[in-house]
Design a protein around this ligand. Structure first.
Ligand code: ZN
Length: 145
């Protein structure tokens, strides 16, 4: 929770984000509602999670591309326990294939768990999490097909 809210802080055991020079762009993008993907400046390989070197050519030069936020649900699980005050349960967590080819793990929101299906179209939205962090969430795609 941010210091500016009048709500009491959520008692959570979720640790604060660890922001480094390699992943700061990603968290800043999320804060702006943009899902950024790291791209090797030498060979163009996309990678996620962010890291210092390209796994394909070992280059340390990189830039980013902005994702369309369109994805397909590759897999998911439903968490019941252990529970933390920062989340609501049952908590669905998905592994999604982004249209660009990288994968993303995120909470799934705005759906009945019984409606989840592998391969269903998803989209990435952003929401505030513990410690004021803004992180992506997956939800069934709501735009016209
Ligand atoms: Zn490369």
């Amino acid at each position: 929770m941010s210091a500016s809210t009048s709500e009491p802080p959520v008692r959570t055991s979720v640790p604060p984000l660890i922001v480094t020079q390699d992943n700061a762009f990603w968290f800043e993008g999320a804060r702006q509602g943009r899902l950024l993907i790291q791209r090797c400046a030498d060979c163009g390989t996309l990678r996620h999670p962010p890291g210092p070197a390209c796994p394909a050519c070992r280059s340390f030069d990189w830039d980013t591309v902005e994702s369309t936020r369109r994805a397909t649900l590759h897999s998911y699980t439903v968490v019941h326990r252990p529970q933390d005050a920062a989340f609501t349960y049952p908590l669905a967590v998905g592994l999604a294939d982004l249209e660009e080819g990288t994968r993303l793990v995120a909470d799934i929101s705005d759906t009945d768990l019984a409606d989840l299906r592998i391969g269903m179209p998803m989209e990435v939205v952003f929401a505030e999490h513990a410690h004021g962090a803004v992180l992506p969430r997956l939800r069934p795609r709501q735009e016209p097909a």
